[in-house]
Design a protein around this ligand. Structure first.
Ligand code: ASP
Length: 336
């Protein structure tokens, strides 16, 4: 089980029992995310939020989660502004940052880099995305969202049929989500991608070994049929050799209201780790879906803050004291 002082580097560290446990803690964080209460449990604690690759949501979500627990956030953004540009090793940087901070959230373009950093860190490190490898906190918030959304439709996770769509080869969110599903009861999984961007074989084999019913599709409408959840992803253009190569795939798998009405169930939940590429040549999740209640993408964002609070509270060992330090919120908030 994930506990005090641990790093979270890969979703494979987690055990089945971690999932309901973290969901329960995340549920208990909702009053704080909704600004019904505030807590000072981490007052004085410092998060080093180290983002060496572009990010808005994940970086701000980690920072917000730490702030909502009463902690303080120090950030560095981009490789050029950091000592990595002067040849510093990740190990040295970790030793230095551990002197300043009580916890680290980190994103880096190279697979394995966050784990390398963690070898030098004396404080817990949470992986905010390492290259095409993993994005464990996103997987947890995605599964938490699937669980909550299905619950509202009167279904449970073990009855789910999930379509993952888009760039499954390079998408770290779908890699981590697939690995997390291997801690759950078998479900039905459709992998919908252009042939060249299909999920890595090793991940497909692991899903099958776990008993999931896996099917691959290169046709979007066929792949999303009869599914409870459609998880769309962006073509990860930054992971291709050339922009021209990425452009071959952008816009191939667009989901719009028409496609939704023609191919999906009325209750199908639409998810995306965000950012969705809304430029005309990609437009992978059309704006004409914005008013549809099925579109859960901004509820994922909300759930992400609760889940990251749950993770910080767990590794900094304050789960049981969060509510002792709670107070009412005096300011106006439209979230309450
Ligand atoms: N925000 C997600 C990630 O960092 C998805 C994406 O960038 O397409 O992996």
């Amino acid at each position: 089980m994930l506990s005090r002082g641990d790093h979270l580097l890969s979703i494979q560290q987690l055990e089945s029992a971690d999932i309901p446990h973290l969901f329960k803690i995340a549920d208990s964080m909702q009053p704080y995310v909704l600004r019904q209460k505030r807590t000072r449990v981490l007052d004085g604690a410092i998060l080093a939020n180290l983002f060496f690759e572009p990010s808005t949501r994940t970086r701000v979500s980690f920072g917000t989660a730490f702030n909502l627990l009463g902690g303080h956030v120090r950030e560095t953004v981009g490789m050029k502004a950091s000592a990595l540009a002067k040849g510093e090793s990740l190990y040295d940087m970790a030793k230095v940052i551990s002197c300043y901070a009580d916890c680290v959230a980190m994103r880096h373009p190279e697979s394995g880099s966050v784990a390398e950093f963690a070898t030098g860190s004396d404080v817990p490190v949470l992986n905010g995305g390492d290259g095409a490898n993993e994005h464990p906190t996103q997987a947890l918030l995605d599964l938490y969202t699937i669980y909550k959304e299905l619950g509202q439709n009167g279904k449970s996770l073990d009855q789910a049929s999930i379509a993952m769509v888009g760039d499954l080869k390079h998408g770290r969110t779908v890699h981590s989500l697939s690995k997390l599903l291997n801690n759950c009861a078998p479900v039905s999984i459709n992998l919908v991608a252009p042939n060249a961007l299909q999920m890595p074989d090793s991940i497909i084999r692991a899903l099958e070994t776990h008993g999931h019913q896996v099917q691959t599709f290169s046709d979007l409408a066929e792949g999303v049929q009869s599914t409870d959840v459609v998880y769309q992803t962006r073509i990860q253009e930054e992971r291709f050799e050339t922009q021209e190569e990425a452009n071959l795939y952008r816009g191939q798998f667009r989901i719009d209201k028409q496609l939704f009405d023609d191919a999906c169930e009325q209750s199908t939940i639409l998810m995306h780790p965000l950012p969705r590429d809304s430029r005309p040549e990609a437009n992978e999740l059309n704006d004409d879906l914005n008013l549809l209640d099925n579109l859960a993408i901004f509820r994922q964002t909300f759930n992400g803050v609760s889940m990251r609070m749950a993770l910080f509270a767990t590794v900094l060992d304050v789960v049981d004291s969060v509510h002792q330090y709670a107070e009412n919120v005096p300011w106006y908030s439209n979230k309450k």
